[in-house]
Design a protein around this ligand. Sequence first.
Ligand code: GLY
Ligand code: MN
Ligand code: MN
Length: 446
Amino acid sequence: MNKEQLDFHKTRRHEFSRLMGEDSIAIIFGNTHINKSYDANYNFRQHKNFYYLTGFLEADSVLMLSQNGIKYFDYDRKKETVSKEILFVQEKDETKETWTGVRLGADKVKQELGIADAKDNFDLPDFLNYNLFKGYKRLFINFADLISLTGEIKEFATQFVDGLRSLAPSIQILDSSFILGKMRRRKTTYELKLMQCAADISANSFNETLKKIKPGMAEYQVQANLEYHYKFNGSSDNAYPPICASGNHANILHYEENNDTLKEGDLILIDSGAEYDYYCSDITRTFPVSGKFSKEQKEVYEIVLDANKQCIKKAKEGVKFDDLKNFCDKVLAEGMASKGILKNKKLYKKYTIHGVGHHIGLDTHDAVPYRLNKELDDKLVVGDVITIEPGLYFPIGSKDIPKKYWGIGVRVEDDVVIGKNGCLNLTKNAVKEIDDIEKFMSESKQ
Ligand code: GLY
Ligand code: MN
Ligand code: MN
C-alpha cells in the first residue's frame, strides 16, 4: 500500500472515531466467504465500509476502534495495554496458505496497513466479552452483516452476538453505517483519482465494444467484449451485472439475461461499469445495432441526450437533487410533447420511470444517506459524485405513444463530480453524440 492510500485509510479511521464521539467503541466485521457450490466460494469481495477504513482485502478480519482507547491485558507483551485501533486477522498457517493464498499475519499489520495494533482471530473471544464494554456509552457495529458471518469469524463471534441482548440495556448499540455513509458522501482527491480510473476504463471499453456491435451478435457477446476490456485494463470486477438490452428489452430497467440476438434496425442499451480498487463507475449508452439511428430512434435519443446534457450543465454545489430530478423530467416531458410522442404531458412519468441519478462511490448506488432523512440537506455539495441518467422507455403496447416508437428504450448515463460552479464529467470519453456514434460505427466496419 503506498503512502497516499495509507494516509487515506488512516484519516478515515480518525474521522470515524471522532464522529462516534468519546466513550464509544466500534467493532466492524469485514466480509467472510460465501459458498457458491459444494467446496467453491464466490470470489471474495471485501466489505465496502471495512475497506474504507482499512484498505485490507483479506477475508475474516475485524476492526475495533475507540477514541478513548481499548483496554486489555496483552499476553504477548505481558502488560495492560490501551489501543485506539486493533485489527484482527487470520493467523499465519503454512498449509492453509498453500491452498488459499498468503495471509498478511498480525505481525505485519502495522508496517503494511499502518494500523497500530493487531491480533490473531482466535484472540477475538477474549475481547468480545462483557468486560470490553465497561466504561463505554456507545457500541457501533455493522449489524446487518452479523447474520451472514461464516467460517472462523462466525465461530469466534457467536457468543458476542448471542450476548448482545444482555448488553443492550447497559450500552447504546448503534449501527456504524450511518456515520460511515455520511463520511463516504464527499469524495477526497485520492478517491476521485480512483473513480476517474474506473470511469476511463469503462468509457474506453464502451468505445471498443461499440466497434464490434452488428446484427446477429448475441447480447452476451457484447457483455463479453466489455468485460474483456475491463479486466485487461486492470478492473477488479464489474460494478454491477452488465445490462446489454437490445430492442424491447431496453424497457426492462434491470435486464440482466443478455441472451438475445441483436437485430438489424434495433437499438441496444448498454448499462455497465467497471470497478477499480473497489470504486465504481456507471455508464449507459444506447447504440443503433446496424450503425445508423432510424428517424424515430433519433428523435427519442435527441430528447434524452438533451436532458443528460442540460442536467450536467445544471449540476453544481447548492442545487437540490430533487430539483435536478424535476428539471430532468420537465426536459423529457417537453421533448416528448414537442415531437408529438406524448400528447398528454401529464402522463410523462409512465415513460421516464426512474429518477435523474444516484450517488456513486464504493457502491454503485452509494451507501450514503440522502432523501430519506429530512434533516439531511438534499443540496449537492462539493465532492459529491452522482450519476445523471435520464431515460425514455416505450415498451411494445404503450397505449399513449404512437406505434412507430414502440420497442424503443433509451438511456444516457454519465458520472459527475460536483464542484462549486459546475461539475466534472468523469465519463465524458464514452461517445454519445449521434454523429460520433454513427461515424465510429461506420469506420469500424470498413
Ligand atoms: N446500473 C444501475 C443504475 O444505473 O442505476
Ligand atoms: Mn447504470
Ligand atoms: Mn446509475
